[in-house]
Design a protein around this ligand. Structure first.
Ligand code: NAD
Length: 733
């Protein structure tokens, strides 16, 4: 396959064009890198060539590296995966250094200028290659994204991007781009100094520059004598302060559980004290270290490979295209308003229905307010706002739903109200219209009884706030048919979210796992565990919110409501009496969480969280003996993870990839672990069994070891070896 081609024009400029056949976006493979280098070498050797421009024939420059390349480097090295990775990375450094030095080391010939011309987006290796060139030109394309987002999937820019960006911008300025994976449009990337010029025609500008460039233009600052790192190197007083601050910031943000950020900072710090080529070697060592950490493969697998596979319809039934043209959203409250917003933004016509015209209009105004905020932050335009609003019809008239091909119902969480709405809607819409409910707790199969066509009835469970949360849980009732699943998946693709498809059971998947996490935290309060220990233990293991903060956010009265309903459904088997005692007592005190500005935390008048509420100790005194941090963490993690395993055993989850991606995107389950199944694979089934046995003996049967885990420990299996290709447990067992 030819990914790079080269043509030398009449002026003697060799234009190397990247155009991966059959793909809309260029992605780098090892074979392609070899082609690029062969072209560069040929151009440098050719006396007729005065300089080189590297560009793309597509609308964008490149989306990044094919991450499977890294896996292959490791696998190809057999028993010495670290060696395989390190040598592979050093090959990439050598290749990009060849571009950067551009023949300068050949005393007889001298160097040739090489410029990058970016028509659009340039991410990851797609920016690391330009950074090795002598000058970067980008088209004035506000839609283009420029940046190094590697940190978002648990690695860091390891083809010289880290070392070059720091040397180009200084540690302080490079920090947000490296440590947060911040992406910018070309104008902002130029203002930050990442790229050099924004022009109308980058290839023409790059060619002109190449033809006029002198020897001084092609020697990078870091290859010149007396180069000093902008902002100061580590031993310079200013640089020293930067590193102290950066180190604290990284630790504060990652809580020490994400290896990539820390390793990158080490590469930057150590690299800043040595010559450039040694810095590249140091970067390669730290990059190898990160890639050898199981966390990085788990994150790449869940947050990149599997997330993408699910978004592309890995579990979509074989049904014709079900793209949604007109959606009816019933209930213009908190959820309905958000669902209308994201649908309108995706270009779908929306009929937003509520019981009164006023309530429907209020729901529509959510889109107006949201777009106004976007305009203030320059993320939207008045035209976009108008277009979104024009797509939403707010009404109290159900007749307006005629012609909708999808309904999303988000009325009160009351089976009676939902049943009435279902019948009313079905009398108006056509027979092929799919009816989805956004219920968070009511079984889909039960709600479908109100429908005359249960095969067209499905759950589409959004998370709040709809416009922010990336996950959508699609729930199949007993009679839900393939067309409904396909419709739901096509809708989720249109609104650019990530779907998981699960079977119907109490609390579906995400809420089923998050409730035991919250409950375990509250249970510890009743036992006299220091609340700060509970909260910090959760954060130190990578949970975004401690269980007490989480229940404050979701509201304590909602917890009470769920507890009462669960107790009613389970009867004597209900296991959470100890939790309810605390929860009900809090509700009795009127401490309902953030919304009442009082909960497990104290809040100021404006609702800003202050610290843990010290009044809690009056009712639940802190015990003299406190558990170890590790024990608290194990309780909090296993509470969630065991529920995920049970959901898989029960067939609620049919694909562990969905279990992992759904956990990270749905409730923020320790992303560094790749998800609950990823975490179990990191610690190994055998150790997981040992932990659960100790936890069961100490804390009770809720930690009982699932049979599947025992079987896997006995067989020495991991989840991803056994079920990683999306195989359902029931089929594979
Ligand atoms: P909400 O109370 O904010 O909104 C419900 C809306 O439905 C109100 O505007 C109400 O006027 C309207 N409504 C009631 N009966 C109606 C009828 N017969 N016809 C038309 N409109 C009617 O509630 P919400 O938080 O948006 O929740 C809606 C649904 O979404 C519930 O099923 C809830 O369980 C589910 N859900 C909520 C969340 C959350 O975090 N709030 C998350 C996921 C799912």
């Amino acid at each position: 396959m030819t990914d790079f081609t080269m043509k030398t024009d009449a002026d003697g400029v060799a234009i190397i064009t990247w155009d991966v056949p059959g793909k809309s976006m260029n992605v780098l493979s090892i074979a392609a890198l070899e082609q690029l280098i062969a072209h560069v070498e040929a151009a440098l050797a050719d006396d007729a060539v005065k300089g080189i421009v590297i560009t793309s024939a597509k609308a964008d420059f490149a989306g990044g590296m094919d991450l499977n390349v890294l896996a292959r480097m490791r696998e190809d090295a057999g028993d010495e995966p670290a060696r395989g990775l390190f040598e592979g990375i050093m090959q990439m450094h050598k290749a990009l250094r060849l571009i950067e030095r551009a023949g300068m080391d050949d005393k007889n010939k001298g160097g040739k200028p090489i410029a990058a011309a970016l028509p659009g987006t340039a991410l990851g290796i797609g920016l690391e290659i330009p950074l090795a060139c002598h000058r970067i030109f980008a088209a004035d394309n506000p839609k283009a994204k420029i940046g190094l987002p590697e940190i978002m999937v648990g690695i860091f820019p390891g083809a010289g991007g880290t070392t070059r960006l720091v040397r180009k911008l200084g540690v302080m300025t490079a920090s947000p781009f490296l440590l947060e994976g911040k992406l910018s449009d070309p104008q902002k990337a130029r203002a930050a100094g990442i790229i050099d010029e924004v022009v109308d025609d980058p290839v023409a500008a790059a060619k002109a520059w190449v033809l006029g460039a002198g020897d001084a233009d092609i020697v990078k600052p870091w290859d010149q004598k007396g180069y000093k790192l902008p902002g100061g190197a580590p031993y310079h007083p200013a640089g020293f302060m930067t590193f102290v601050g950066a180190s604290a910031m990284v630790h504060g943000k990652t809580k020490g559980v994400y290896p990539a950020a820390k390793a990158m900072l080490s590469a930057v710090y150590e690299g800043a004290m040595v010559p450039f080529d040694t810095a590249l070697k140091i970067e390669a060592r730290w990059f190898t270290n990160v890639l050898m950490n199981p966390s990085s493969s788990a994150m790449i697998r869940s947050l990149f490979i599997n997330k993408t596979a699910l978004e592309k319809g890995a579990n979509r039934p074989d049904a014709p295209d079900q793209t949604v043209k007109k959606v009816g959203v019933i209930g213009a409250g908190m959820m309905g308003a958000g669902i209308a917003l994201v649908s309108a933004q995706a270009g779908i016509e929306v009929v937003l229905v509520d019981a009164s015209q006023e309530a429907a209009e209020r729901g529509k105004s959510y889109t107006a307010d949201y777009m106004d905020k976007g305009i203030a932050r320059k993320k939207a335009t008045p035209e976009k706002k108008d277009a979104a609003l024009a797509r939403i019809t707010a009404t109290d008239d159900y007749q307006q739903l005629a012609g909708c091909d999808l309904i999303v119902e988000a009325v009160f969480e009351d089976p009676k109200v939902k049943a009435e709405v279902t019948a009313k809607v079905e009398a108006i819409v056509g027979p092929d219209c799919i009816f989805a409910t956004n219920t968070s707790t009511l079984p889909i199969t039960d709600l479908a009884r109100a429908s005359a066509r249960p095969e067209k009835f499905i759950g589409i469970h959004f998370f709040s706030p709809v416009e922010k949360m990336a996950l959508v849980e699609i729930i199949k009732g007993e009679q839900t048919g393939d067309a409904a699943v396909a419709k739901a998946l096509d809708f989720v693709r249109q609104i650019r979210k990530t779907p998981i498809v699960v079977n119907d059971a109490r609390f579906f998947y995400a809420n089923r796992c998050i409730i035991p996490y919250i409950n375990e935290g509250i249970r510890m309060v009743a036992e006299g565990v220091e609340p700060a220990l509970i909260e910090n233990a959760a954060k130190l293991v990578g949970m975004p919110l401690g269980p007490l903060q989480l229940v404050d956010e979701t509201s304590i009265d909602l917890g009470v409501k769920i507890a009462k309903a669960t107790r009613a459904a389970m009867g004597d088997a209900y296991p959470d009496g100890a939790v309810d005692e605390v929860l009900f007592w809090m509700a009795d005190q009127g401490r309902l969480g953030r919304k009442s500005k009082s909960g497990f935390y104290a809040y100021d008048d404006k609702g800003k969280r202050q610290g843990l509420w010290d009044g809690l100790a009056g009712k639940y005194p802190v015990a003299d003996t406190q558990p170890d941090l590790a024990e608290v963490q194990q309780r909090l993690l296993f509470a969630q993870v065991l529920e995920a395993v049970r959901a898989f055993e029960d067939g609620v989850l049919t694909d562990i990839r969905e279990g992992d991606v759904g956990a990270i995107l749905g409730w923020g389950f320790a992303p560094w672990s790749g998800g609950p199944f990823g975490w179990l694979d990191i610690i190994g089934a055998e150790r997981a069994v040992e932990f659960t046995e100790v936890l069961t003996a100490t804390h009770g049967d809720r930690f009982a070891t699932p049979q599947l885990l025992r079987d896997m420990a006995a067989a020495g299996d991991s989840f991803y070896e056994r079920f990683g290709d999306g195989a359902a447990m029931v089929q594979a067992a």
